[in-house]
Design a protein around this ligand. Structure first.
Ligand code: ATP
Ligand code: MG
Length: 589
């Protein structure tokens, strides 16, 4: 294989092994005779169509049994991104073949998430949104055809017997006593299964492959089981449901998928994927070119759990406030946290697509968000831990306009007025009674610049009975206002932000810490839950500048020196709430 380069020269796109495969397939005209009738279907349906106008077809196939997480974002960018770049189509397919845990609520949230990331499933006039459950009829027929061709049988062994007879990695399995049952008997039993004549677990349909295969997945895998359960779309129409490993290749084939991209756990399933589609082709139900499966490394992020089962547990047991809690790695949580689609795009481009599993450091995701927000966000001032500063020699009832740029790297964004008055809020950490080494901010006798305002000299301070500083006193130097000719006359090393007590607005902010204390949650404890960080949320009362008095939910800003913040969805003009998306610098290293 060609060495991995960062960019594909011809297309100027990030290169990866999947792109190399697609390039090769297209060069070999592999899909030249591929027919597409405009909608999913088997060989006879597609034969009525013309050459597929989509150069390739990929799919994003979530099971609607939970909310999407950051790992899914990687798969979304990969699948939709490939389709976009190669003039192909990417289908949004709800893989809803398992009746029990699936729900319409999840379907809607998945649609929102994919659109939020900037994608849609329209290709020319086609709307490529599908439900795997629409293919139940075809899957049933496919299973019947395998029985007829002698490639599947009904097994009446118990689940325990099946497990015992499956063998081990070093030992071949044993053939089921039902393996050589007649085709007629198998067809009759399968019809009875479908008609609801048997209880859950009484029998299953298995593919007849090879009980001695070195690959355990090829030892007569189960393909249809009895499950008397109501399905979120098909209701009570079925009491038998296909197994995922049987359903998925068929879904891909019916939709004319060319590249079926999945995570590495499915590598051992690939021989069955190919076996099944080849059989259905020789039985006349499918035609070339058949879809091919390719595996890539799933995203593992440090300090995060990315498994729906665990995320459900965090919500159900109320360790977090809900699916969209900004500490959750769900896409709804990320959105509320202030993570952006552009940030996710940058992140997925940076981490690339690999063939071996690894852990990605959470700071890479945060860096990507920072980078995008740095460009897109206007600056504002907020004081997170306010103490008072009084300018002794400033007139009592004077208001003065100071001019703060909305974006330091983008003059076109202009400036805004921030009012200076005699009494100001400054950060508690910007004053020390006895300065430590290299502390350049306020302490008695020291000079700093009030950003966008004047140079001040600290003259004293008040403390409460506990010794906490309540007020700091300063004199200002009237000739030193920022933006005036005299501003450079006095040089200072410190520069602090402030807000007028008269004009600043009260608000609340949620400051987040990681949800887990361990890089690999659960790796050194019995359960990942033992690694939960009990201090992952700190809500504080803050002061924000007067220009934010009518801020709207979803608006994002950089609060100078503090990081990026988003106005929360619960915010109102009477009760303004911001969530911190990320600090300005990595505070984790
Ligand atoms: P989970 O393991 O969290 O339950 P899943 O794989 O069961 O996730 P699906 O809804 O089946 O979730 O996944 C839809 C698609 O997203 C699949 O193609 C899957 O490969 C991909 N995907 C899921 N998790 C990740 C991940 N961490 N990194 C990359 N892709 C992922
Ligand atoms: Mg899954």
């Amino acid at each position: 294989m060609a060495p991995m380069s960062n960019h594909d020269q011809a297309l100027d796109l990030p290169s990866n092994f999947i792109r190399s495969i697609i390039d090769k397939n297209l060069k070999e005209n592999l899909y030249q005779d591929k027919r597409w009738a405009g909608s999913p279907g088997g060989a006879s349906h597609q034969a009525q169509g013309n050459q597929d106008p989509a150069k390739i077809r990929t799919r994003f196939p979530p099971e609607p049994n939970g909310y999407l997480h950051i790992g899914h974002a990687k798969s979304i960018f990969l699948n939709f991104g490939l389709a976009h770049d190669y003039q192909g189509a990417c289908h949004l397919r709800f893989d809803d073949t398992n009746p029990e845990k699936e729900d319409e609520e999840y379907v809607n949230s998945i649609i929102d998430n994919v659109q939020w990331l900037g994608f849609n499933w329209q290709f020319q006039k086609e709307n490529n949104q599908y439900f795997a459950s629409s293919y139940f009829d075809f899957m049933f027929e496919a299973a019947q055809s395998l029985i007829k061709s002698g490639d599947a049988y009904i097994d009446k062994q118990s689940a325990d017997e099946i497990r015992e007879n499956r063998g081990t990695l070093t030992e071949a399995g044993k053939n089921s006593p039902f393996r050589d049952q007649s085709i007629d008997e198998n067809l009759k039993l399968f019809d009875e299964m479908r008609a609801g004549k048997h209880a859950d677990g009484a029998m299953i349909l298995r593919a007849k492959i090879d009980m001695a295969s070195a690959n355990i997945n090829m030892r007569d895998p189960a393909i249809y089981r009895i499950k008397h359960a109501k399905h979120h779309r098909t209701g009570d129409a079925w009491c038998i449901y296909p197994m995922y490993t049987f359903a998925h290749p068929i879904e891909d084939a019916l939709e004319g998928i060319t590249h079926s991209i999945c995570t590495l756990e499915f590598e051992d399933q690939r021989p069955f994927y190919d076996w099944l589609l080849e059989k259905l082709k020789s039985n006349g139900l499918l035609a070339d070119p058949l879809p091919k499966q390719y595996e890539f490394a799933r995203l593992n992020l440090t300090y995060v759990v990315l498994s729906k089962r665990r995320l459900i547990e965090l919500v159900d047991k109320k360790y977090v406030a809900g699916w969209d809690d900004p500490r959750m790695p769900t896409l709804v949580g990320a959105k509320r946290r202030g993570y952006t689609p552009e940030g996710f795009k940058l992140f997925t481009d940076r981490i690339g697509v690999a063939k071996a599993d690894s852990w990605i450091d959470y700071s890479i995701l945060e860096d990507a968000m920072r980078e995008v927000l740095n460009t897109s966000c206007d600056r504002r001032i907020a004081v997170l831990d306010p103490i008072k500063l009084i300018i002794n020699n400033y007139p009592d009832d004077q208001d003065e306009d100071c001019y703060a740029p909305n974006h330091p790297q983008d003059e076109a964004k202009g400036k805004r007025v921030v009012k200076l008055t005699k009494e100001l809020w400054i950060e508690r950490e910007d004053f020390m009674i006895e300065p430590v080494k290299k502390y350049f901010r306020l302490f008695p006798g020291n000079q700093v610049r009030l950003r966008y305002g004047y140079v001040v000299t600290c003259t004293g301070y008040d403390v409460d009975e506990k010794g906490n500083v309540t007020t700091v006193y300063c004199d200002y130097l009237p000739e030193t206002k920022s933006g005036t000719p005299g501003s450079e006359s006095v040089k200072v090393k410190g520069n602090i932000h402030w807000l007028s007590c008269k004009y600043a607005v009260d608000a609340k902010t949620n400051l987040y810490d990681r949800l887990f204390k361990n890089e690999h949650p659960g790796s050194q404890s019995e359960s990942y839950l033992d690694d939960l960080n009990e201090n992952s949320l700190n809500t504080v009362n803050i002061k924000i500048e007067e220009n934010l008095n009518a801020v709207k939910a979803g608006e994002q800003f950089q609060f100078e020196r503090h990081g990026y913040f988003i106005c929360d969805q619960t915010s109102s003009n009477q009760n303004i709430v911001f969530n911190r998306t990320v600090t300005l610098r990595d505070t984790w290293k």
